[in-house]
Design a protein around this ligand. Structure first.
Ligand code: ZN
Length: 303
């Protein structure tokens, strides 16, 4: 199926993938000891084939541990024209790493990716949305390490940065880091993430399309993501999680659904990488598009 660009306003929305190995990620998060077959390689090649058919370019957030094991896979993503970005090294979130560990992790992951693709890696997303109000140093560390774009900010983080939790417009942190908030949905004055993955897994695609159409009509691009195992689960990922506890079952039950979700979204919307979708915000020469970070909050975060 081809990306048929049905939306009238021609807005480009961002399609992103976190190139995680599911079992490895669960082990790192929960300290578990699941034997991993590293299905991420075959799942991601399937994803590349799928995107090739749709003729869509995306942002690929690649953890360093995946890049180290499968450098050819990262090369294939770059060769296919996708935007390569960092998803940390060991897939441990910032809150758990703490400042020094975070600094090392984001630096190593950047070096590994840059060595493979011979391009400057400037875009970041923290594993498990781990940049939170408890990590006020994280954005300063990203700047220090040479990143200029982040896509981790959930509504709860926006609030602590002195912005509205409903805000979906990118802004510049300290004039140096373009923060692209996670697309959200507000209900009874509470904002929640609404950008694919587990957040949208059980929301009918027709409702998702309606909501995103309403954003595009207001001139707002949305960002949408999933993991390769949610789109093209291979081997054990087709059934492993259905055999575990109820919560794990609910998690694994929808694997594979995202193939249909993204096919349908691609019929209604125009997609590209984060840089394509938010170019006017990222490009500093375009005036009036980026609001600046509030001075008062800047100084309070320095402590
Ligand atoms: Zn991840």
């Amino acid at each position: 199926m081809k990306n048929t660009l049905h939306n009238a306003c021609g807005i480009i929305n961002a399609l992103c993938f976190d190139i995680d190995d599911l079992v490895h990620g669960m082990n790192m998060k929960n300290g578990g000891n699941f034997p991993s077959e590293y299905l991420v390689e075959s799942e991601t090649y399937q994803l590349l084939e799928f995107l090739g058919v749709l003729q869509v370019k995306a942002t690929m957030f690649v953890p360093g541990y995946v890049a180290e094991r499968f450098p050819a896979l990262v090369g294939a993503m770059a060769d296919a024209g996708h935007h390569i970005a960092s998803h940390g090294h060991r897939h441990i979130h910032a809150e758990r790493l703490q400042r020094q560990g975070f600094r090392e992790d984001i630096t190593v992951s950047k070096q590994i990716l840059e060595q493979i693709v011979s391009q400057h890696i400037d875009t970041y997303k923290d594993p498990c949305w781990g940049i939170t109000p408890n990590t006020p140093w994280a954005y300063d560390e990203l700047i220090e390490a040479g990143y200029t774009i982040d896509n981790t900010a959930l509504p709860s983080l926006l609030k602590s940065l002195g912005r509205s939790s409903e805000d979906m417009e990118p802004f510049r942190y300290k004039g140096l880091l373009t923060v692209i908030p996670v697309t959200s949905f507000s209900l009874f004055s509470r904002s929640m993430p609404f950008n694919g993955g587990l957040f949208c897994a059980y929301i009918p695609i027709s409702l998702q399309i309606k909501y995103y159409e309403s954003l595009n009509r207001r001139g707002i691009p949305f960002n949408y993501f999933c993991h390769p195992y949610e789109l093209s689960p291979q081997g054990a990922n087709r059934y492993l999680w259905k055999r575990k506890a109820v919560a794990a079952g609910l998690y694994g039950l929808y694997f594979g659904k995202y193939r249909r979700y993204i096919e349908q979204l691609a019929v209604h919307f125009r997609f590209g990488s984060l840089k394509d979708a938010y170019e006017s915000f990222i490009n500093q020469s375009v005036e009036g598009c980026v609001s600046t970070f509030p001075v008062l909050v800047q100084s309070s975060l320095n402590h």
